[in-house]
Design a protein around this ligand. Structure first.
Ligand code: HEC
Ligand code: HEC
Ligand code: HEC
Ligand code: HEC
Ligand code: HEC
Ligand code: HEC
Ligand code: HEC
Length: 394
């Protein structure tokens, strides 16, 4: 017995000495790698600690931001197009949410609880009943524009709650919000929804609204709904001053177009989650991974051959315009590399050519999978050869 205790002690002491130095070593070798090659996927947490602008970062002061409507005065066409995107509509006040306008009375029943989500001239209220006990709460935010679904937030005392029921487009009805408890709630409180931790609330608004945190202070009440210009480009007051103040001045605004490929993908990953965010999380997520496009994309062989501007998010998607649904338009992206004699990434030999087809590439190589939690299908950005009957590779 004593021998074993001593052995444990030895191991414990050894670990105490080795682990910190191992951590320092890992950090050092990582920093070295980064020093040589800054263009690697990083965790969003790290990106935000770096100086300068990054989406979801909240250190800029409110006075550095322009009025959200000001950008449209000069960038008229771009703004008109951006206002049609799901990103622009990702976070709304209930009286502005198209889903609620179309469905003013949504109901749901679960284990003795009845739910009514009612919208009208007095706003939107969530009413929960059990027997003779009936309570209502005013909904303050609707998150998700409804392409997939919409979840509701309301404030009780100083805490935000995420509604237990969400609208799902494929069901055209309410159902249990993804990520919430699966067993029937035992109290009215639980039936309304899940209280969010302060940190959860802040990041929820950081990804679905603009300017919810300024000077590192979170103030949901004055957040600008949706992902608007300054959620991606950062504060724009100085830019407007420069653009109206005469010629020869610098644009004075963050242009993500200049970012190297991996950094550019991390930029979208500030909200869509970066490869490093998912990898270092080390949670086995399974099929839900398909929602984290940067992670899937960077796992593909197209990316692993070497980061290349032809395969970043913005190579295929214009963030100012709605998602292009005609799959043949993506052929030109694939063919920018997969054409006879063309080199890509760090490869010495030209890239491979498809023997099966010369068009509609993504229909075979970027399959769609239903994510049960979201009750919707998503496109797998891990570009690869898929044979009929292949299972989702985790
Ligand atoms: C007074 C007119 C005006 C307003 C208002 C304005 N811009 Fe601009 N913006 C310009 C002009 C002019 C340029 C440079 C020409 C060009 O590239 O379109 C420019 C360029 C840009 C660029 C590219 C910068 C670069 O480095 O190439 C971005 C990004 C941008 N604007 C974003 C915004 C955002 C966001 C807002 C709102 C906060 C805004 N602009 C408001 C006139 C304006
Ligand atoms: C500030 C956070 C944020 C950033 C940065 C961001 N996104 Fe998004 N994006 C969202 C949210 C939130 C949604 C979900 C919209 C919804 O369905 O409500 C979304 C949805 C989308 C969609 C789906 C549109 C559809 O029709 O379903 C595309 C495509 C997209 N984003 C591309 C990009 C690209 C490309 C970038 C980088 C240039 C980017 N996003 C950066 C938050 C962000
Ligand atoms: C790190 C950024 C981030 C955070 C934090 C975040 N979201 Fe999202 N959310 C997204 C993005 C990006 C999408 C679009 C995903 C896609 O289309 O692949 C999305 C999609 C959604 C949707 C659309 C339905 C669906 O399942 O796609 C809802 C509803 C939603 N979010 C609600 C919330 C709520 C409520 C919170 C906070 C409690 C939250 N989100 C926190 C980035 C975020
Ligand atoms: C989801 C993030 C996102 C949002 C929201 C967004 N932009 Fe951009 N914007 C980008 C990215 C990424 C680029 C670089 C695109 C590229 O290089 O292909 C860019 C480029 C630009 C440019 C330079 C265009 C050029 O041709 O060089 C201007 C101007 C601009 N954006 C203005 C705006 C305005 C105005 C809004 C709001 C109406 C807006 N952006 C909203 C991500 C965004
Ligand atoms: C930046 C250049 C680039 C782009 C853009 C690109 N690929 Fe690739 N892709 C590569 C490289 C490099 C490889 C590694 C294998 C090789 O060709 O030598 C690869 C590999 C593949 C493979 C083989 C994967 C495997 O597991 O064996 C397929 C299939 C593929 N790409 C399809 C596509 C499709 C479809 C598109 C468009 C949606 C696309 N690629 C876009 C560079 C690219
Ligand atoms: C090689 C082209 C290509 C690249 C690169 C690419 N996408 Fe996509 N993306 C697509 C296609 C194709 C669809 C499906 C369009 C449709 O459904 O009609 C799509 C769909 C999406 C959607 C809608 C939800 C879904 O999963 O169907 C989002 C969000 C998205 N992409 C974000 C991103 C982000 C973020 C990046 C960068 C990591 C990225 N995409 C890189 C081609 C691309
Ligand atoms: C009808 C489905 C289908 C379409 C459409 C299609 N592919 Fe393929 N592709 C396949 C299959 C299946 C294979 C594997 C063939 C094999 O194993 O011999 C393949 C193989 C490949 C490979 C690997 C070749 C190699 O020798 O390693 C690449 C790269 C590729 N496709 C790219 C593309 C591109 C780019 C397009 C569009 C121009 C495209 N594919 C359109 C089904 C398709």
């Amino acid at each position: 017995m004593l021998g074993r205790t001593r052995l444990f002690l030895y191991i414990a002491v050894l670990l105490l000495c080795v682990v910190p130095s191992l951590q320092t070593q890992i950090r050092k070798s990582r920093e070295q790698a980064l020093g040589q090659y800054r263009d690697l996927s990083l965790e969003t947490r790290e990106r935000i600690e770096d100086p300068g602008w990054w989406p979801t970062k909240g250190d800029a002061a409110e006075s550095e931001y322009a009025d959200p409507g000001a950008c449209a005065e000069c960038h008229r066409d771009l703004a008109a197009a951006q206002h049609e995107t799901p990103m622009y509509k990702a976070g709304r006040r209930p009286d502005d949410a198209e889903v609620l306008e179309r469905h003013p009375n949504l109901t749901f029943d679960e284990g003795g609880f009845t739910y009514l989500l009612k919208s009208g001239s007095n706003g939107t209220t969530l009413t929960v009943g059990r027997g003779s006990n009936v309570e209502s709460e005013k909904v303050t935010w609707a998150f998700g524009e409804g392409e997939v679904g919409q979840t509701y937030l309301f404030k009780k005392d100083q805490t935000y709650l995420e509604s237990r029921v969400s609208y799902y487009t494929t069901l055209n009805a309410l159902s249990i919000t993804a990520g919430q408890r699966v067993d029937v709630p035992s109290t009215m409180e639980q039936a309304f929804g899940k209280p969010l931790q302060w940190q959860e609330t802040q990041s929820c608004f950081a990804c679905h609204t603009t300017m919810s945190t300024t000077s590192n202070t979170f103030h949901a009440d004055s957040a600008v709904p949706g992902v608007t210009c300054q959620a991606c480009h950062g504060p724009g007051a100085n830019h407007i001053k420069a653009m109206t103040g005469g010629s020869g001045e610098k644009a004075n605004i963050f242009n993500p177009g200049v970012l190297p490929p991996a950094t550019s993908v991390d930029f979208c990953g500030a909200c869509h989650r970066t490869w490093a965010d998912i990898t270092l999380d080390m949670v086995d997520t399974g099929i839900i991974d398909v929602r984290f496009q940067p992670y899937r994309l960077e796992n593909s062989r197209c990316w692993r051959a070497g980061a290349d501007a032809r395969i970043t998010c913005v190579a295929c998607h214009d963030p100012h315009r709605p998602l292009v649904r005609d799959l043949s338009t993506y052929d030109k992206n694939c063919l920018s590399c997969h054409t006879r004699g063309v080199h890509a990434g760090g490869l010495k030999a030209p890239v491979a050519i498809c023997k099966v087809s010369t068009a509609h590439c993504v229909s075979c190589h970027m399959p769609k999978y239903v994510v049960p939690q979201a009750r919707a299908s998503f496109t797998d950005h891990d570009i690869r050869i898929v044979h009929p009957g292949d299972r989702f590779p985790e």
